[in-house]
Design a protein around this ligand. Structure first.
Ligand code: COA
Length: 154
């Protein structure tokens, strides 16, 4: 599995993968529904993420093309906490044809290595409760329950 940091030349490929991920989440839960025309703005969102000093994106290539990506950002913790910095893994997506071949795991290892080098001592990820494959994946990477995000409609 070849994992590399994404650069500006990857913006279109990243936007395509990101839009597949957004569609999966929208199908899983109406709260993640996309607004009209959202996908047209994705490439500029990707460009913004690539410019941000505390954010990084990675790509895993398979069969000569971009098959998976991850995005993460460093979060500085409040001054009173002993912890000074953690990493939040904000996106992870593997194309269906490339799943269960270790791409997801390799991307997570790249994120964690990057974050450790920058002083992060802990990693967080938000996972939709009913996303069973993602729940199983993250637990297999050593993640466990931490905060329950409760919500209600208004
Ligand atoms: C979740 C996801 C990223 C996993 O990527 P992947 O490349 O298939 O995962 P890996 O091959 O690295 O799997 C590593 C381990 O995680 C666990 N795992 C992965 N997918 C699993 C599944 N569907 N069911 C149960 N366990 C799973 C297994 O322990 C696996 O090891 P094994 O294959 O040796 O049994 C991928 O299924 C995906 O993109 N899903 C849709 C998007 C999504 O839900 N993203 C996460 C948002 S938080």
């Amino acid at each position: 599995v070849k994992v590399r940091r994404a650069g500006r030349g990857d913006a279109a490929a990243l936007a395509a993968l990101w839009s597949e991920l957004l569609r999966i989440h929208a199908a899983l839960d109406p709260r993640a529904a996309l607004r009209e025309g959202a996908e047209a703005g994705l490439e500029s969102e990707v460009a913004r993420a690539l410019r941000d000093a505390d954010t990084a994106l990675w790509i895993a290539d398979a069969e000569g093309g971009c098959a998976a990506f991850a995005a993460a950002r460093l979060a500085r913790t409040r001054a009173l906490a002993r912890e000074s910095c953690r990493v939040e893994i904000t996106e992870l997506y593997v194309h269906p044809a490339a799943r269960r071949r270790g791409l997801g795991r390799a991307l997570v290892e790249a994120v964690l290595g990057w974050a450790r080098e920058r002083g992060a001592a802990r990693a967080e990820v938000r996972v939709v409760a009913r996303n069973e494959s993602a729940q199983a994946f993250w637990r297999a990477q050593g993640f466990g329950d931490f905060v329950d995000v409760l919500d209600r409609g208004l």
